[in-house]
Design a binder for this molecule. Sequence first.
Ligand code: AKG
Ligand code: FE2
Length: 299
Amino acid sequence: MSNLATTGDKTGHNAGLALHPLGHALGAEVAQADLTAALDASAVDAIRAAWNENHILLFRGQTLSPDALIAFAGRFGELDRHDATPFYRLEGHPEILLVTNRMIGGKPSETRNTGRNWHSDYSYTGRPAAASMLYCEEKPPVGGDTMFCNMVRAYETLSDKMKRIVDGLEAVYDIGLTAGINERDPQKTAELRRINPPIAHPAVRTHPSSGKKALYVSERASHFHGMTAEESRPLIQFLCAHATRPENVYRHRWQVNDLVLWDNRTTMHIALADFDPAAPRHMLRTTLLGEPSGFVVDG
Ligand SMILES: O=C(O)CCC(=O)C(=O)O
Ligand SMILES: [Fe+2]
């Protein structure tokens, strides 16, 4: 693992990464890494272990072409080709989703307001994202931050009675609850609704690697299956407020050439509109497919 600084012995056996915590609740920076170099299996394992432990990882100062980003991401799982949101892909690279406010084809970008409420990626699909990686190519001089919260801690800090209640629930996800979707092209959003009908997923999920239970409820959940919206809404609001308490959040201030990896099974995130929309912000995202989950509901 010559391309990753380690704290282990020089042979690379049992090597740990040079990790610096980003927040008490979640997040770590991996220092002195060059992700364009070929990663051997032990480096991939070490990153995966640090990722499972910290939920989000930051690599600064990376110069990654779309192909290099795809190659790196593909070492960690099966890449999503973003068929659930086909209008937002980087041309020629379906494995990359553009999150940008640059003009596209002379029109305002459809992803200029992506991620503006607390969510886990692709929760409105039958294969909710296992993980996402976001690479910053351009950022406004001030703001454009992203916040992340720890859904394992969110679950663990509920009372035992509330844990038992949410253990038995399924949240119904609705792409129409994506903040800002109504500001986008109505024909395209109608197509997105057609591709992604409301789908129910367990409100608590067990992480396949760590075995930890994590809350899986977000601001894109309309109700709990079998309950009315009126009955569900106060509980969804409470759970989201509980999960996103400041002490359970890490706020990332982007630098150009940052790559942030997050686990969508153990975190939620929100992209803040805390910047001048005339200042370009341009990010490339790759997404790792999660396990098939959930069932489509009538509403
Ligand atoms: O632009 C961001 O900071 C994050 C947007 C988002 O939600 C995503 O890329 O999944
Ligand atoms: Fe997102």
